[in-house]
Design a binder for this molecule. Structure first.
Ligand code: V47
Length: 375
């Protein structure tokens, strides 16, 4: 824990700092004060205090592979550069064999997670997704499958003409082990109406997450920031997630996602600044007192910012990824993947202790072999 005393030039942060030091929950007024303050070092000091209270010097990462089976999507969200209409140039849908080969192409015995998300395809039957998952489980029985956002789950339920509950149960039986945090964006209707009009609304996202948690599936949660939302929208989003977490305890990690405007209908907007990226990590660590982990997703924030974030509240960087499409279609200039040794170097240089984890944050112990060195 830092031996340095708390200092701030912003008097609005003083009462709030007392609360953090006493482990007292912050309220909406506190959260707004954090977003409105420019004293990033003071906010970072507090977030780092909480982060070290929870995790000491540990920073988590994993060896994973992303698979995006299709980019065909009926939704046409303005925030997105990934989705395409069926038959539009650049649209693709993987045959099951191709999806399994894609999994195998970046696979080594070091991989512990497949992260699977895609578009809302109008014609793919529910059985395709069940076969995709059960085929992966058959071929890679030791790999955790983190698949389908709440938005995809709700869409699949519609396609399958099943209840959300039965949809989740069938996916779980096929081999889904947990759910990623995407599709949450910003919950307020005013913003959702503009950036992702065709998706389920914020309440439905939360209801689907609640149901998944009740069925024993852990999930993550995200917030897309840096577009048309304001501070109140961000606070509303965090508090809704915190309230649901009080109820279910099913969230593992919160991931603030910086909006990438290139190639989207919102490309006139500016990209986020490093200041907002760091502040988003720190504020979420302080407000989401019941979330075990805050992830600075390096693909999204760049390895440089994600590394600094490890001293501003984050305790996770995500993983090797191997092949990323969603942000790269939206102009991301980060590499497609990072090698395990490179993640370890980023973490060590930030003065943190790298802990390789599986999706459920159990430490993965391995001796360095040609396999682990190669990933
Ligand atoms: O829901 C889409 C976002 C999300 C853009 O759970 C964009 O471990 C920025 O949720 N600019 C999908 N963001 C990715 C996601 C995720 C990523 C890494 C780890 C985990 C996890 C989850 O990507 C979407 C949306 O919020 N997104 N388009 C864009 N142009």
């Amino acid at each position: 824990m830092s031996a340095r005393p708390f200092q701030t030039e912003d008097s609005a942060l003083r009462p709030l700092a007392d609360k953090v030091l006493a482990s007292t929950r912050l309220d909406a007024v506190d959260a707004l004060a954090l977003y409105r303050s420019a004293d990033i070092l003071a906010i970072g000091w507090l977030a780092n205090h909480v982060r070290e209270r929870l995790h000491g010097d540990r920073t988590y990462f994993n060896v994973n592979r992303h698979i995006n089976p299709t980019n065909v999507c009926v939704a046409a969200c303005r925030l997105c550069a990934f989705g395409r209409k069926k038959d539009a140039p650049g649209s693709y849908t993987m045959a099951l064999e191709v999806a399994w080969q894609t999994a195998a192409s970046g696979y080594s015995e070091a991989v512990t997670e497949f992260h699977i998300v895609g578009g809302l395809h109008p014609d793919l039957p529910f059985q395709y997704f069940l076969d995709l998952i059960s085929g992966l489980k058959q071929r890679f029985p030791g790999v955790h499958i983190k698949a389908f956002t709440m938005v995809e789950i709700a869409f699949l339920a519609k396609i399958a003409k099943l209840s959300l509950r039965d949809t989740l149960i069938q996916l779980k039986e096929a081999g889904v082990d947990s759910l990623p945090g995407g599709g949450a964006e910003i919950f307020t209707e005013r913003v959702r109406h503009i950036i992702c009009d065709h998706k389920i609304d914020g309440q439905q996202w939360l209801d689907t997450a609640r149901l998944a948690h009740q069925l024993g599936l852990k999930s993550n949660a995200t917030m897309l920031y840096g577009h048309i939302e304001n501070d109140e929208d961000r606070v509303d989003h965090l508090l809704k997630l915190r309230a649901l977490q009080d109820e279910t305890g099913g969230f593992q990690t919160f991931i603030p996602l910086a909006f990438h405007p290139a190639n989207t209908p919102l490309q006139h907007l500016s990209t986020t600044t490093g200041f907002l990226d760091i502040k988003s990590i720190a504020v979420s660590r302080l407000v989401l007192d019941n979330f075990p982990h805050i992830k600075a997703y390096w693909q999204m924030m760049t390895p440089k910012i994600a590394q600094i974030a490890q001293r501003f509240g984050a305790d996770d960087l995500d993983g090797t990824v191997i092949e990323e499409k969603i942000y790269h279609d939206a102009g991301a200039t980060t590499p497609q993947g990072l090698r395990r040794q490179e993640l370890i170097r980023l973490i060590r240089e930030a003065g943190r202790e790298p802990v390789e984890r599986d999706t459920l944050y159990r430490p993965v112990t391995r001796t360095e072999t040609s396999v682990t060195v190669a990933v």
